[in-house]
Design a protein around this ligand. Structure first.
Ligand code: TYD
Length: 141
């Protein structure tokens, strides 16, 4: 998916259930909350405060990125426009479409980055070099 832009990436506000008990629950259900079926879930943690991750794009993978704890910034880049989103609420998810370069920065100490993904892990789906990424985007017809 080469011709996507940062404007195709949206924030999804999920339900926050609060009962008489203390605390909240947020639920993500296939076919209901997000526009893809979740095939894989992973989470990043123990990132040093102020640290960075990401710095790659995916050709086909769709993801919902959630700050399950703490906060971090996600900078989306389509080779043309950059957009930075602060994630700091466990009930908000950033939907990242394929073909977008992303940098995750400014992790707070103890932050947990939960990622719901549309495909199983495939290293061939990654573009890890920014110059290659720009070429990939420019090669669109
Ligand atoms: P990577 O996606 O580069 O992490 P980040 O975007 O946070 O910098 O993955 C880091 C390493 O973990 C990489 O060597 C491959 C491995 N990995 C898996 O084996 N399976 C997975 O589902 C993911 C996301 C990563």
């Amino acid at each position: 998916m080469k011709n996507t832009t940062v404007y195709d990436c949206t924030m999804i506000e999920m339900d926050k259930h609060h009962s008489d008990r203390k605390g909240n629950i947020t639920v993500v259900e296939n076919g209901k909350t997000i526009p893809f079926e979740v095939k894989r879930t992973y989470y990043l943690y123990d990132v040093p405060g102020g640290g960075s991750r990401g710095a790659h794009a995916h050709k086909e993978l769709r993801q919902l990125i959630i700050a399950a704890g703490g906060s971090f910034d996600v900078t989306l880049d389509d080779g043309n426009v950059k957009r930075t989103v602060v994630l700091n609420r466990p009930y908000q998810g950033l939907l990242v479409v394929p073909g977008i370069w992303r940098d995750l920065n400014n992790f707070s100490a103890g932050a947990v980055c939960l990622v719901l993904a549309s495909e199983r892990y495939d290293e061939n789906d990654y573009i890890r070099n920014y110059q290659e990424y720009l070429k990939y985007k420019q090669s669109e017809i």
